[in-house]
Design a protein around this ligand. Structure first.
Ligand SMILES: C[S@@+](CC[C@H](N)C(=O)[O-])C[C@H]1O[C@@H](n2cnc3c(N)ncnc32)[C@H](O)[C@@H]1O
Length: 220
């Protein structure tokens, strides 16, 4: 049985939260974004990156989704501030109203700072060396965008702006449903390195592999 938990229209289109069986599902303009059944890679985005990070005082998460990356960030006691950038204000409100009980503890955590907007614009407004870790999961990957305007987020120009906002030895990590030679090349161009972590996942009967792309700012 499928129940519509919440729905809203913005200038970007339709945002819908569904409960299907026991699971919650987020859809944008009819496109599946994520559900609460398979969240291991969203959590690993945070866990793998923070585990390898020298410092994790200030972390930026873009976007909020169903809150699983954020919750994993907050599980690291070294994190003092978790800045969440989400383009859909309604989604933040739905979380605040308790419509996503699975991650409600994270939303109430005092270390969280919510920022409504496009992650590129919010990041541009920050001073240099603002964050130890940037975790980006705003699409299903560079070749499967939620919004067409997000295509720039996977190119060298935006990654160079991320690098400027990172502290020395800071890390940017990007979630993708597919491998992406172009993203890997752009990371190498900007950071001089790119670690790609393939993660096998089982979706019902189907085996597939998701990918994390990590670029580290060298200590100058
Ligand atoms: C795949 S979900 C994130 C899932 C999240 N990692 C989790 O664990 O639940 C993508 C989120 O990014 C948001 N988003 C899409 N484009 C964005 C942008 N340019 N800036 C900020 N948020 C964006 C979407 O509204 C959605 O909430």
């Amino acid at each position: 049985m499928t129940e519509q938990v919440a729905r809203n229209d913005s200038e970007r289109g339709e945002l819908v939260l569904l409960r299907r069986g026991g699971a919650l599902e987020l859809r944008v303009n009819g496109v599946f974004v994520m559900d609460t059944v398979h969240t291991e890679t969203e959590r690993l985005l945070a866990r793998a990156t923070l585990r390898a990070a020298a410092r994790t005082d200030r972390v930026l998460v873009g976007g909020l989704g169903l809150g699983f990356t954020l919750r994993e960030v907050l599980a690291d006691p070294r994190v003092r501030e978790a800045h969440v950038v989400e383009i859909e204000p309604d989604l933040i409100n739905w979380h605040r109203r308790g419509l996503v009980p699975e991650t409600a503890d994270a939303i109430r955590d005092d270390r969280v700072v919510f920022r409504v907007g496009d992650v590129a614009e919010v990041l541009d407004a920050q001073p240099p060396s603002s964050f130890d870790v940037l975790l980006l999961d705003v699409d299903n990957g560079p070749d499967f965008l939620v919004y067409d305007g997000n295509s720039a987020l996977y190119r060298a120009d935006f990654l160079a702006r991320c690098r400027e906002k990172l502290t020395p030895e800071g890390t940017v990590a990007i979630w993708s449903a597919d491998t992406s030679p172009d993203l890997s090349a752009a990371m190498r161009e900007v950071f001089g390195n790119c670690e790609e972590i393939p993660i096998p996942v089982t979706l019902g009967q189907q085996e597939t592999t998701y990918h994390l792309f990590l670029g580290r700012r060298a200590r100058e």
